[in-house]
Design a protein around this ligand. Structure first.
Ligand SMILES: Cc1cc2nc3c(=O)[nH]c(=O)nc-3n(C[C@H](O)[C@H](O)[C@H](O)COP(=O)(O)OP(=O)(O)OC[C@H]3O[C@@H](n4cnc5c(N)ncnc54)[C@H](O)[C@@H]3O)c2cc1C
Length: 533
């Protein structure tokens, strides 16, 4: 392992500052260190009594620490584990840190909202997923990252050519030689006052559980109030996720609630392929979703005093339309699908894209100015300017400020898991003294869910869009293929085949009829061999 910047002393890491030039912006810091039990790499030092011989520097295998176990982080960990390492001494110890205990396959969160799948299908535990691998998992909330050799760059920012330390909110620290930052984004709660407290987003497993609970409350309130008591659900945000959510909620609460979708002046799904937009429009219309184009939510609050619906998630939405006059209405549930914020706090020492606040990285995914750090997935913004590549000159690390122009890659799972392959490969290349590969994105189509057996799949060539039950099947098959491990894929395939057989027996005839396809005897109700006379 080449330069390792952390000089270890009894119970602390003294992070030395190897400066490009004086005066340095940061002083050497002494960081208390407690190793996270489940992630501890081989002991790097022995704790020695005061005055005893200084501990030997770390000489074990390279330590790759991955922050965030989503599509970017988990898939990088699995890829690193699967790579062949011709020089066995270069095989790294890979530690994945996530604040949650489960990986979440976010595109299938809707299946938890309509309760057609269970938690284990959409969100398997890291423990289960990583069992067949050598990847270590630590549950922890990352609060800070401290590069071991903070250096000053020309623009006054600080970077690093070495490893460092990750700090967890629990007070523990984990040392790294190579770091992958893949903490993703979350729904922004800062856009509209009250949205954080009174509206329910859909970004995490907990959000999906809350939404499913709110749906159950609405159903229960309908039952106790009689069918005359039709309820109201608002979905704020006319982008892809708002439209998907509106479709799924409207199907679940059919006949029980009216769903109102608030979209901007640009209408629904302005960035999506036209065929997919048309399919969504058709589904929303058929489900009776009321779309308010140009209605801008300005506040979400407690429901008014006159609200007597009895649903605990109830809230009021204040919005303005073209005339600018604010209107306030009560809803039994308010779903929030507007805005994203990055999960890497300002205090993390990485350069940012000014517009999005994402971490600025080179095309190789290496964070600008940080030779041992890669950024992957939603949290990363790749530079479009190869001249901005950071370079190591003598033992100083000199980098230009982050460039102003950036590629606009979509914030999708597709991008994140494709980047995971490159991140793993580039760590392998770095450790094997090979050149790094620039990331190249392959668009493989757009999928959206519109109901239990309804989806719209925009194919990657031409303007073709498939919709309806065939698209729903295709979507499931694609997601099955994209599951993180063979073990989880096999468990899901078995479970889905069983569910599929039950579903085909129950719903198959209706679906085939709606498609104008003759219903085969074995699916026709009361037409089985035992019923023939
Ligand atoms: C409802 C929904 C539907 C979607 N549908 C699609 C779709 O159909 N197709 C598609 O391609 N994309 C879809 N996306 C987008 C896609 O899920 C994201 O782009 C993708 O998950 C990004 O991957 P990531 O690894 O960057 O982040 P994530 O998958 O969000 O993973 C980030 C991980 O970091 C962890 N984390 C965050 N902060 C910390 C911290 N401080 N300490 C420790 N751990 C932390 C989180 O717990 C999480 O596990 C959808 C997203 C949502 C929310």
């Amino acid at each position: 392992m080449s330069s390792h910047a952390c000089a270890l002393s009894t119970g602390t890491i003294a992070v030395a500052s190897r400066r490009a030039r004086a005066p340095a912006p940061r002083r050497a810091r002494a960081i208390p260190i407690t190793r996270a039990a489940s992630a501890s790499p081989p002991e790097t030092t022995s704790t020695s009594p005061a005055g005893a011989r200084a501990p030997a520097p770390y000489a074990g295998p390279p330590r790759v620490v991955i922050l965030g176990g989503g599509f970017g982080g988990l898939y990088t960990a699995l890829k690193l584990d699967a790579l062949t390492w011709p020089d066995a001494s270069k095989r790294p110890i890979v530690t994945l840190i996530d604040r949650a205990e489960r990986f979440v396959f976010k595109p299938m969160l809707y299946e938890l909202v309509n309760e057609t799948m269970s938690d284990w299908e959409v969100a398997p535990t890291f423990e289960d997923l990583l069992k067949p691998t050598a990847v270590r998992y630590t549950r922890g909330d990352v609060s800070g990252v401290i590069p071991g050799d903070a250096l000053e760059f020309k623009d006054g920012t600080v970077g690093s050519s070495g490893g460092g330390v990750v700090e967890l909110a629990s007070g523990e620290s984990v040392e790294y030689d190579w770091l992958i930052v893949a903490v993703g984004t979350a729904t922004s709660d800062a856009v509209v006052p009250g949205s954080k407290d009174h509206a329910i987003p859909l970004s995490t497993l907990e959000d999906a559980r809350r939404l499913a609970g709110a749906m159950r409350d609405v159903e229960a309130a309908c039952e106790s109030g009689g069918s005359a008591m039709k309820r109201d659900v608002a979905v704020i945000g006319g982008g892809l996720s708002g439209v998907e959510l509106a479709g799924v909620v409207a199907e679940r609460l059919k006949g029980k609630a009216t769903v109102t979708l608030f979209a901007s002046e640009a209408g629904i799904m302005p960035g999506s392929p036209p065929g997919q937009r048309d399919a969504a429009r058709k589904t929303l219309d058929a489900a009776g979703v009321a779309t308010r184009v140009g209605a801008r939510a300005t506040a979400v609050n407690e429901p008014s005093d006159s609200y007597a619906g009895g649903v605990s998630a109830a809230a009021s939405v204040t919005y303005t339309e073209a005339d600018g006059e604010p209107t306030t209405e009560d809803y039994d549930v308010v779903c929030w699908a507007v805005g994203q914020r990055v999960e890497s706090p300002e205090s993390w020492p990485f350069p940012r894209d000014e517009r999005t606040n994402k971490i600025a990285a080179e095309k190789t995914l290496r964070v600008t100015g940080h030779a041992r750090v890669f950024a992957v997935g939603d949290v990363a913004r790749l530079s479009d300017d190869s001249s901005s590549d950071a370079r190591t000159r003598n033992d100083a690390y000199v980098a230009s400020p982050p460039p102003a122009r950036f590629d606009v890659l979509p914030a999708t799972a597709q991008v994140a898991f494709q980047q995971a392959d490159y991140a793993a490969w580039n760590v392998w290349s770095s450790l094997s003294s090979r050149p790094l590969l620039p990331f190249k994105y392959q668009h493989i189509g757009d999928m959206m869910v519109l109901g239990k057996t309804d989806a719209a799949v925009a194919l990657p060539v031409g303007d073709a869009t498939l919709d309806g039950p065939v698209a729903a099947l295709l979507r499931r098959a694609a997601y099955l293929y994209r599951m993180p491990t063979n073990e989880h894929r096999a468990k899901l395939a078995t479970s889905w085949l069983e569910q599929g057989a039950e579903f085909a027996a129950k719903e198959g005839p209706g679906i085939l009829k709606s498609l104008g396809v003759p219903v085969p005897d074995f699916l026709a109700p009361n037409q089985g061999p035992n019923s023939r006379t």
